[in-house]
Design a protein around this ligand. Structure first.
Ligand code: PAF
Length: 292
């Protein structure tokens, strides 16, 4: 079946109704386009798990706290459609701003707790914008499963929380971060890095993985976090917004490694903001009662 490009919620729902009546399962992969191998791996997971797959493409103005970032965000719909077409995706849902936020639109979905701190502290309003658009996309598509990358780990936890709180009948599937060979997490923003910045960028992942190893080996939490922040600055990152160890579910700060945790960081290289995160908390450490 060929890829259908759908612009309206009504058209999307008509197609979904047909699949539903035939007893088929539906997966949705929300994106803002500029698709890379990370998105494609989400799509492949969705194709393997569900009968019909919808990819959404909407550059959501509500989640950009910086107008220059919104203006510079790559818009590559024709290329995106060409990448999805051979994979067997059924629908590319690409509404315009008016279809998404028509005249008089006045509703915002705001998730407290997990959206606070980390990116939430540095991008005011960002997670309200994400929560609002994701709620709409889940309700518009009526999907049984929705696929999100762990690369945006805080976003994933925000989405899990809102789905649970609002009783949206969808299962959220978190999928592992896809990396370049040198470790750099794939991101649509990587294309903005200069050659020099691209050389520095993989240090973010390396520093996080090294810190995770040291934490799992029983090293002192605060000293390792501080040394890792310094290592990012020394590597050439211009601003280190945060590098923190958090509970992997609640995202509350963790001072003692006695539960599954996540090490998360955001740092700037020139005009590009990079984020990454890695799991921390080897089974052995957790079973032995944790380490300080
Ligand atoms: O991760 C993204 O690309 C966006 O935040 C999402 C989930 C598509 C919402 O606009």
């Amino acid at each position: 079946m060929s890829l259908a490009i759908v612009r309206t919620v009504r058209d999307l729902r008509n197609r979904v109704d047909v699949w539903r009546r035939a007893g088929r399962t539906i997966g949705v992969v929300p994106t803002m386009g500029a698709l890379h191998a990370g998105h494609i791996s989400l799509v492949e997971t969705a194709l393997a798990r569900t009968d019909h797959v919808i990819v959404t493409l909407f550059v959501n103005p509500k989640q950009f706290n910086n107008p220059a970032d919104l203006a510079a965000y790559p818009r590559t719909e024709a290329d995106d459609a060409a990448k999805l077409s051979p994979l067997g995706v059924d629908v590319l849902f690409a509404p315009d701003g008016e279809e998404m936020y028509g005249t008089g639109f006045s509703t915002s979905v705001s998730v407290s707790g997990v959206s606070e701190g980390l990116c939430g502290a540095h991008r005011p309003g960002h997670f309200d914008g994400v929560a609002t658009v994701v709620t709409k996309l889940l309700l518009q598509s009526g999907a049984d499963f929705a696929f999100f990358g762990e690369k945006d780990f805080q976003q994933l936890q925000v989405v899990r929380r809102l789905v649970s709180d609002l009783n949206i009948p969808v299962e959220i599937i978190g999928c592992p971060t896809v990396r370049e060979e040198d470790g750099l997490a794939l991101s649509s923003r990587n294309v903005r890095l200069s050659a020099e910045e691209r050389g520095i960028a993989p240090r973010l992942a390396k520093i996080l993985f090294t810190a995770a190893e040291r934490l799992e080996a029983g090293g002192p939490v605060e000293a390792i976090l501080e040394a890792s922040r310094r290592a990012l600055s020394d590597a050439g990152f211009d601003t280190v917004e945060y590098l923190e160890l958090r509970d992997s579910e609640t995202l509350r700060p963790v001072e003692r490694l006695d539960r599954p945790a996540r090490l998360l960081a955001a740092a700037w290289l020139g005009a590009t903001r990079l984020i990454d995160n890695v799991p921390v908390g080897a089974q052995g450490i957790l079973q032995s009662g944790g380490i300080t």
